[in-house]
Write a protein that binds this ligand. Sequence first.
Ligand code: TXA
Ligand code: MG
Length: 331
Amino acid sequence: MVAVDPDHPDQSVLSEAATLLKRGGLVAFPTETVYGLGAHGLDARACARIFAAKGRPSSNPLILHVATVEQAKALCDWNRSAQILADRFWPGPLTLVLPRKARVPDIVTAGGPTVALRIPNHPVARNLVAQCDFPVAAPSANRSNQVSPTLASHVVQSLGAAVDLILDGGPCPVGIESTVVDLTGSSPVILRPGHIRPSEMEIVLEQKIETGPIPGGIPGARPTGPARSPGLMERHYAPRTPLELLESRESAQKRHEEWKKKGHKVLLVLGLPGEDRFHWGEDPLLWEKHLYRALYDWDEQGWDRILIAVPGTGEAWSGVVDRLRRASQPA
Ligand code: TXA
Ligand code: MG
């Protein structure tokens, strides 16, 4: 693990990291959303190491991180919506899914006809990617289906020795993964809710965005390819401690009493301070920023169970509530 200044990263450290990537190594690095596990995105063998390190099914495609729109265009069939969204939101926590070009390895797209692309906005990620003359494939740097890391120590905890180099740039400022939007159909479809909200995109696109999950899977995917966007996989982002999501504070409090009576050590997450209670108030951005770190911490604290009351409704909460719903699915 090497410490890097998150705002002014040492270019020589990034240059070493870029060399490692070029040679097929795995480098974990901070992005504005979560830590990514990077590999040379045009080197199928290097990408295979990502899948092995994460225990990730080969049906789950990877995001390619690039430094410029020109680089993105060389990997996909660019379109007008992509240009509008890139102008407005890149660099930033938005991933665009577009028809792939042939030079993108099958392992990256899980054999499907599309590729996911983003320009990250964290100085470490941006400068690292800029030092590479190839796209950097990077999923979140955690074991498959576990909680995404927002600290370098989470990466160590989740992936340990499987990574060749971890760049420690401190906490990730956004805290949940990028919004993934599919631009291959006639109207854009949200595949994974995130920090960038659909309405923000609708304003610049002047077009309605579909937000529901796609029951039949990714449009146009081959049967052998990604069966559905794994962002839609039901259980995901899950802590080890059983997590129960309640629809109201009252029902969460009631449930808390029930479990406590049975002698269980239960953490109640809602708007009341106290010994076995916890809260971040009513700001969705604070929830985004702190949720994953809290899930890692709570796993360490030895609770029998975590009870969380749905913290808010509406679009601003869609990323957080999506992660909570997935985290609360039984294993
Ligand atoms: O914020 C983020 O996006 C982070 C940082 C590191 O950039 N990365 C990340 O990657 O969350 P990962 O692999 O954990 O999640 C990528 C999501 C998955 O849900 C995956 O299924 C979806 O994007 N995805 C990737 N390529 C796709 C494609 N061609 N079509 C549909 N979904 C795709
Ligand atoms: Mg992930």
